[in-house]
Design a protein around this ligand. Structure first.
Ligand SMILES: [Zn+2]
Length: 245
């Protein structure tokens, strides 16, 4: 048995027992425990961790702990600029794509509104989310810490906010999504791409007032929905502007 000293930074403290927050503490570690084992044993999902310093050296999740080690653990996207240091993951995900757990349907629609490919189904079980994330390189969004501890999930975000609009702000801020947003390019219901369609092609399906007032339309090839910049769109536009500016 070895003892090591830990210090967690910023929001990682939310996962710790109250007496361990924002301070150094010493714990006994199991034989041959790695940084990942201990961080998760202390309650912090490994997907929330961006940088581990072991005796001031950047290490990965597999580093073995030895007697007297000092471990500093930093969250993703901490304000501190940690870019020059080696991070725990070799590969950032190239595209920002998500899979949301079955409780985050509202957030999934709002991410689609912002143009981020987001899979969601209220029937998704944990195994399926893990498989989709691993096979398709998607970031898991969840309010379930245990889901993020699954082995094949390498990129995930524990969502703290409870309401969809606040969740959207939280994710956009944490992952720095402002510049990559492409609002109104995906169908909110099916996550499929929207395409501009000439008015003549959809005219027969429009309510008279819409036919009179609107000229630009887009359609989803999956659900067949037709969209225009009406009052619902204007409310969404205001939300998009508030989130990305
Ligand atoms: Zn659709």
């Amino acid at each position: 048995m070895v003892t090591a000293t830990f210090r967690f930074y910023e929001e990682l403290n939310d996962f710790l027992a109250p007496e361990r927050r924002r301070r150094e503490f010493t714990v006994s570690c199991a034989r041959a425990a790695t940084t990942k084992h201990m961080i998760e044993a202390l309650g912090v999902p490994h997907t929330e961790v961006e940088l581990i310093l072991l005796n001031n050296q950047s290490v990965g999740f597999g580093a073995l702990l030895r007697e007297g080690d000092r471990v500093a653990v930093y969250p993703k996207f901490e304000a501190l600029d940690i870019r020059p240091l080696l991070r725990v993951r070799e590969q950032p995900l190239r595209d920002t794509r998500f899979v949301a757990d079955c409780h985050l349907g509202g957030l999934a629609r709002l991410l689609r509104m912002m143009g981020f490919d987001t899979l969601y189904d209220n029937g998704f079980v944990d195994e399926e989310i893990e498989r989709i994330a691993a096979e398709q390189g998607r970031i898991v969004l969840t309010r379930d810490r245990d889901l993020l501890k699954r082995r094949r999930i390498t990129h995930g975000c524990y969502v703290r906010a409870l309401r969809p609009q606040q969740q959207l702000r939280e994710i956009v801020e944490r992952l720095d999504l402002t510049r990559s947003a492409q609002p109104f390019t995906l169908c909110l219901s099916c996550n499929a791409a929207l395409h501009a369609v000439p008015k003549a092609r959809v005219e027969h399906r429009l309510p008279p007032r819409v036919r009179e007032l609107h000229y630009r339309f887009s359609a989803c090839e999956v659900c067949g929905g037709v969209f225009w910049e009406g009052s619902h769109w204007q409310r969404m536009r205001a939300l998009v502007d508030a989130v990305i500016h």
